[in-house]
Design a protein around this ligand. Sequence first.
Ligand SMILES: [Zn+2]
Length: 349
Amino acid sequence: MADSAGSGDWTEPGLFTVAPGVHRIPLPLPHDGLRAVNVYAIESGDDLVLVDAGWALAETGGLLDAALDQIGRNSAEVTRCLVTHVHRDHYTMAVILRRRFGTHVALGIGDRPSLTALGESGLEDMSEHVLRMERAGAEPVIRALREAFGDTPPQRENVWEQPDEWLKDQATIALGGRELRAVATPGHTQGHTVFADLAHHLLFAGDHVLPRITPSVGFEAVMAELPLGDYLRSLRLMLDLPDLRLLPAHGPVMDTTHARVHALLAHHEDRLNACLERIAAGAHTAYEAALALPWTRRGRRFSELDPFNQMFAVLETGVHLDLLVAQGRLARAATGELVTYAVPGPAAG
Ligand SMILES: [Zn+2]
């Protein structure tokens, strides 16, 4: 039942106690990319609280109950869900628990525009992402996605209901005998929020700081102006907190948050420089730059990625290029829908 970094497969189902009264419960995802999502159950006085709730699949409720049964509890006893962000693998099961048991659901207020847009369209709306790929000149990726998934995503039940409570930055959440501080960490999504338990030295980090992968930035129905700028600022915020134990939504628990924050900051600095080099070498669009960049920790070629990950790669390149523009290191121009980038010439004002 002990749970420490690097030991075994973190996706193995069950309940793993990571601190007194705090349990990690890996739940399944339908795609293999991230493999599983960690839900954290906190026992505190009469409260049983979940940080993130999982993806509402047919089997999720049964697996959650089987895990909670190991501590003599069940999902009907969950009093509240604190959700780090609006992505489906974190939020949707909270809505299902509320429908079944009246569970109180809280979400960061910055995710309100995206949640509202999702609720109105009723499904996983890809139109914003398709538009962004058109601007990036990534027609081949759009075609590949249409071939793989069809024109419209599969219609699912609309679970995009509003939460009971919109969390603001620095809100104090009193659970019986325990206090969490909500810290707004926009970037991964506009409303992403982490929960710090300073007395117990724990950080419920959601997807803000992940131990093994680089979180995507700005993949949301309504995107921020400069999501990478927000994300880097939110990473530095973590260095203002003590170096808390990292409880991520994907991956194993780690003893340090700060080491991973430094690594992520360095990664994005490298990627910014690499993007700048690709434009200087003749790439004009986010798509052309993405084609020339190495991807994943293994340095794979763009053509080796599946269409969905090609889309992430193009969008990721776009947010880096846009930050370079904001930093004055690149110039941007628009021709119709297409956005192009260039290294500013000496005469450019
Ligand atoms: Zn996630």
